[in-house]
Design a binder for this molecule. Structure first.
Ligand SMILES: [Zn+2]
Ligand SMILES: [Zn+2]
Length: 143
């Protein structure tokens, strides 16, 4: 789990400006133990800021993704914070039962993929990998 201070330090290092709304989104995501949808995030933010609109939430999420602070999980249409933003080479393991996300940042995986891309003369712009399955908490509970 990433801490708010780690994200702040990362942003400071990379000159990423954290507006009050961006900070609120990060703070809301940090309290979740699993990825949540933009609408669930909106519901959390509305408690403090009833006038907030879904478009503003999406704008912040896009911004956070473009700076490697948050991930969009395509398989479940949910969002969560990257647990290691400075790595940028994330392998996301998504549990199809409970929705939890586990991240690894294996350099060896990235190197293999880079080599494949080089062979194809392909330029990688985004190297997030999603793997779908059952987490250690759900395996055994469900067959
Ligand atoms: Zn990540
Ligand atoms: Zn699970």
């Amino acid at each position: 789990m990433i801490k708010l201070n780690d994200i702040k330090a990362y942003c400071l290092r990379h000159q990423i400006r954290l507006t009050p709304l961006r900070l609120k989104v990060i703070a809301a995501l940090i309290t979740q133990n699993q990825p949540i949808s933009a609408y669930d995030l909106l519901a959390i933010l509305k408690k403090d800021k009833p006038e907030i609109k879904i478009m503003s939430v999406y704008r912040v999420l896009d911004f956070l993704q473009s700076h490697h602070i948050a991930h969009k999980i395509d398989a479940t249409h949910t969002y969560s914070l990257c647990c290691h933003p400075s790595d940028q080479l994330c392998q996301l393991f998504i549990c199809q039962s409970c929705g939890r996300k586990f991240e690894t940042h294996a350099q060896s995986v990235y190197e293999s993929i880079s080599k494949l891309a080089d062979d194809k003369k392909f330029i990688i712009k985004q190297s997030k990998i999603e793997l779908i399955g059952l987490c250690h908490l759900c395996v055994g509970v469900i067959d």
